[in-house]
Write a protein that binds this ligand. Structure first.
Ligand code: BES
Ligand code: ZN
Ligand code: ZN
Length: 503
């Protein structure tokens, strides 16, 4: 995808559609950058005077100047009030402008950004990075499975950013590249999730994980059923028993400071399809359970991004992956599993399978002596009920890492909301015959799932993110098409980039 800094005058390229972002304040004052041509600013000022465009956030007005001296299409775009500016509003604005101009016949797009001159706080480096990312994210579509109904793919229009005052162009180019890497990695994760489970099996997830990212720096190994059994991963094996698809345990190591610092370990739930097993789910919407590997897919995407960006932090990704199926060989309610950590678990509901596969991966992560562990999982329906699709449910055992994850969530607008981890919840998962049981009764389903995981991280700093609500959206948003959102990729990458050494 061609995204670059415009190296000629904003209005010199006639073939391009030009998007001009306006804050409400500037519309009111009819103030324009001094280098804009009078002939054009007077046309725009006329639109302002008619009040057909007031600069409200998300408002758009397409203007055809009808004058050979100017580009044929000019999109006036509202950025809202300057004092209410946020980078999330900016990302959404860039996405909306791009989608609007993609729908025109013009051969390229130019987006004019407010510059240092008009506004000191506006960081042009961040603006081009977040802008490039937003463009990739909003253009994502998933139509590989259309046959006869396939539409012709539109040609991808190159996009230029025009800055009021030119900065250091090699620095700007570098930031655009970063934005593109983040966009591509998130889109990789979206693809993995959107693929149906008859394509995206645990085996295929392992193959794709092995091929992604910077191949020189990212080392991926994939363990099969024999090795999983030899390691004694009773949780992963127990869930996998009912499926004809062999389980995989994916290990992705990115260690640029090998031996010099403890790594961050990311763990992602990789249930490629969750029927519920013998405690089978109802049929309506069961098709959606192909997204039960969203945590694993986010870890794959984040490892790809972190290695390609060359972030100078040791990071390991672990993905336990299998289907959860009912069959003659499936595990059953009442079964007791011996986990990798040595703890025993009484299975009271085979649909609470995510925590079983994660428990083995979390216990395995301890062999890295991690500086921090973050797991991501579409773990509970209760989290969807509590927070909907707007926040990730967060739980953990260490203030520092909780804070760091919260900050990463705010930076990327993949926001988290913390739930309590009091001792009483731990009581809810005590078993009458084994060490613990895999469900905690009616109340606080999201927290008791977190409490279960907590049993497997010993005293290491750990955060659990329940992404059941945020990983999938039924409603299109400015830079999230329907379906997989790719949540977690940007959050984890931001966390790794800002992680302080040997915390
Ligand atoms: N994958 C589901 C959780 C889920 C539900 C994710 C809806 C996304 C949307 C998980 O494995 C599950 O089935 N959890 C059960 C736990 C219960 C049996 C304690 C649930 O939430 O109902
Ligand atoms: Zn389940
Ligand atoms: Zn599940």
């Amino acid at each position: 995808m061609k995204i670059s800094i415009l190296n000629k005058g904003l209005f010199d390229q006639k073939a391009s559609a030009v998007a001009l972002g306006f804050f409400k304040e500037d519309v009111k004052k009819k103030s324009f950058p001094s280098n804009w041509k009078k002939g054009l600013t007077s046309k725009i000022a006329t639109v302002f005077s008619q009040k057909d465009f007031i600069g409200k956030s998300g408002e758009a007005y397409l203007l055809y100047p009808g004058d050979k001296a100017f580009p044929s299409r000019i999109l006036l775009f509202g950025l809202g009030e300057k004092k209410n500016f946020s980078w999330e509003k900016y990302r959404r604005a860039v996405a909306r402008m791009t989608k609007r101009l993609d729908a025109t016949e013009s051969s390229s797009i130019t987006i004019a950004l407010p510059g240092e001159k008009s506004w000191a706080e506006f960081n042009p480096l961040k603006a081009v990075r977040e802008g490039a990312q937003s463009i990739l994210l909003c253009r994502y579509s998933f139509n590989q499975y259309r046959g006869a109904t396939k539409k012709k793919e539109p040609t991808v229009k190159p996009v230029h950013f025009s800055l009021v005052r030119k900065g250091n162009s090699s620095l700007l180019d570098k930031e655009i590249k970063k934005g593109i890497i983040l966009g591509e990695s998130t889109n990789l994760t979206r693809d993995l999730i959107n693929h149906p489970s008859n394509y995206l099996t645990p085996t295929r997830l392992g193959q794709i994980a092995s091929k992604c990212g910077d191949k020189k720096k990212l080392k991926t190994r994939v363990l099969g059923p024999k090795e999983i059994e030899r390691l004694g991963m009773g949780g992963l094996m127990g869930v996998a028993k009912g499926s004809d698809e062999p389980a995989r345990f994916i290990i992705m190591e990115y260690l640029p400071n090998k031996g010099l610092e403890k790594p961050l370990v990311f763990v992602g739930k990789g249930i490629t399809f969750d029927t519920g097993g013998i405690s089978i789910k109802p049929s309506p919407n069961m098709d959606q359970m192909k997204y039960d590997m969203s945590g694993g897919a986010a870890v794959v995407g984040a490892m790809a991004a972190i290695s390609r960006l060359g972030i100078k932090r040791n990071v390991v990704g672990l993905i336990p992956t299998t289907e959860n199926m009912p069959s003659g060989t499936a595990y059953k309610p009442g079964d007791v599993l011996k986990m990798y950590s040595g703890k025993t678990v009484e299975v009271l509901n085979t649909d609470a399978e995510g925590r079983l596969v994660l428990a083995d991966a979390l216990a395995y992560s301890l062999k890295y002596d991690p500086a921090g562990i973050v797991d991501l999982a579409t773990l509970t329906g209760a989290c969807v009920v509590a927070l909907g699709e707007h926040a990730i449910g967060m739980m953990g055992n260490d203030e520092k890492i909780l804070k760091a994850v919260e900050e990463a969530g705010n930076n990327t607008f993949e926001r988290v909301w913390e739930l309590p981890m009091w001792e009483e919840y731990q009581e809810q998962i005590k078993s009458s015959i084994a060490d613990i049981q895999n469900i905690g009764g009616r109340g606080a389903g999201t927290i008791t799932a977190g409490a279960f995981l907590k049993e497997f991280v010993e005293d290491k700093p750990w955060v659990h993110l329940d992404i059941a609500g945020t990983a999938w959206t039924d409603k299109e948003k400015p830079y999230h098409p329907k379906g997989a959102s790719g949540v977690g990729v940007r959050l984890l990458t931001d966390l790794a980039a800002n992680w302080k050494r040997n915390k």
